[in-house]
Design a protein around this ligand. Sequence first.
Ligand code: ADP
Ligand code: SF4
Length: 693
Amino acid sequence: MTRDSRYDVLFDEIKIGPVTARNRFYQVPHCNGMGTEYPSAMAAMRSVKAEGGWGVVCTEECDFHHTGDIAPAIEARLWSDQDIPIMARMVDGVHEHGSLAGCELVYGGAAGHNRVSREIPMAPVAIPVEGTEPGQARAMDKQDIRNFRRWHQQGAIRARDAGFDIVYVYAGHNLCLLQHFIAARYNQRTDEYGGSIENRVRLMKEVIEDTKEAVGGTMAVAVRFGVDELLGEEGITSYGDGRAVVELLADLPDLWDVNLSEWENDSQTARFAEEGFQEPFVGWVKEVTKKPVVAVGRYTSVDRMVSLVNKGVCDFIGAARPSIADPFLPTKVKEGRIDDIRECIGCNICVSGDFMFMPMRCTQNPTKGEEWRRGWHPERIEDKASDSRVLVVGGGPAGLEAARALGQRGYEVTLAEAGTELGGHLNQVSELPGLSSWARVRDWRIGQLHKLPNVEIFMDSKLDAQQVREFGFDHVAIATGSSWRRDGIGRSHRTPIEGLHEDGIFSPNDIMDGVEVEGPVVIYDDDHYFMASTLAEKIAAQGHKVIYFTPAADVAHWTHNTMEQPRIQYRLMDIGCDLYFGKTLSTIGDQEIELTCVYSDNRSWIDRGSLVLVTMRDAHTQLYDDLVADQDALQTAGIKSVKAIGDCLAPGLIAAAVYGGHRYARELDTDEPLDEPPFRREVVGLSSDWPGG
Ligand code: ADP
Ligand code: SF4
């Protein structure tokens, strides 16, 4: 395939201070839950991005001194020379593929807590540490400032010694000391570091100069700065202090990487922000500096990328999530394979890994985080190990991915779907308010399946056990999905709720199927992810009064992990939902329901028209159960294995269903090591500093 010449501009070489990037694709710093805890996994993940064509590949936050410790967040670290080999492994992996490696130095300050080092955090003035944790940061005196500057220089030198090409001075996401100095609400100092914006930016300026002095000739010195905090006059704004900072520092750094702060503003999900949502806030930066500018905005449209460059919005297309969903995006653009790009859906499941202190996962890219430990590559897969023919039953995310990856391996595959459309539960989920981009999980896989001549798809084919046996396949994957319960059983209720009957009680499937509801509609959320709140939006949009209640302390509690929770709660408040927290459902009456306080057992009644119970899903295991119940019949039919995958095995995230389908395909015809982990582990080396050691 040939590339559209309009895209050539994306492959210009761009100079960044003393180094040159081979193209405009810039993987900005992003957390990944691997960092120094899983160093080879982290290095392999970054290396694959370089292999996929990202001209610059950066680290996550890298804390460089124990007094600015950001643990337990699993990030990179350069506290001392001892840490250099870990970071060098990542750099080597990136250099191997001809890309530049960037290191984002961070000093947590009041946002860092120092939970490991137990040092007292430092801030421009004495303030409580971020969040609700007891403890305060102390005000920095002049000696502290001198020390901080020296530590930053030492961190930059270690980054250079690890082989990095770019080192960051970081003032973004409200997660670091330098931003706290710039933001007036944190900085009420009365010396030359406080007061006017010139004074509040002084430390940042000094640190950039220090860094250039220490490593400037050999490395580029980049600045990452959140130009707007979406706090209005109370915070940094792109028309006030944010702009002033860029004007004051204009050509001092070698590169500006600009975005919104805090992280939940920078990495908004598709439910709340369109591709390019940051453009209005950063579009002016290039007018103020002659240095290259990186901008992010969940960009996956190549035309949009080209227009950003041509319009002069930025020099580099910054990407975290688009590079996670498709590490080979630049290569696909280069080779003119635009249809093959696996576009990020903007769900932030990747982000949840960081919040839950585990290696990141991705809804679209099931190989994410598995590059080293399982040796999974996002583009390549082992050839088939036999001439087995495989039947995949069910065309939801799990079945689609299993059929696609099996087809990529070269197996003869048949995908049978009961319905008239592929996509499974995604077809309805992506119709819910704000979730239309989730359909990309389906659409990318359908597009890929159509390119595989060895995969046959049969629609309108609801199979039973007898039919499956008659077809004569060697292996059968059952991906028949799940459906929501309508009886309230779930996390908080292990037995049926008193008064349960059929009238006016609905499951999420009923609502997505379009049943008529009567107001007031009460929604019980014992699921805590997106379903109940999107149903609330859908039902409210039909003109009904909606009452939402949950045993949790807030709306859609788990979405704190995707950084959506405050926006979801605000949205439900904004559309006039009544919200009740810390309540379970105890009795269902014809016109009302009884709620019980989870703390006190106090009870109260509220009126209801319809009641929607969002609690748990039942796996559709009938076909699987029927098949495995008759082993003799399976043997007679020549079927060597039957496996349930995705929601049919256990309902969960779409990411889990895609991963389940992918894993099935990868592991077909391999021996599963049931008694040991099926992946490599990196066991931390024990110190020899031990009596007798
Ligand atoms: P998952 O998330 O695990 O992929 P979904 O619920 O999204 O699960 O998709 C399951 C798919 O399986 C649905 O499209 C459904 O129509 C299909 N399906 C269920 N039972 C059968 C069956 N017996 N034969 C063929 N397809 C089936
Ligand atoms: Fe995009 Fe979701 Fe993957 Fe994150 S998890 S990269 S938001 S598709």
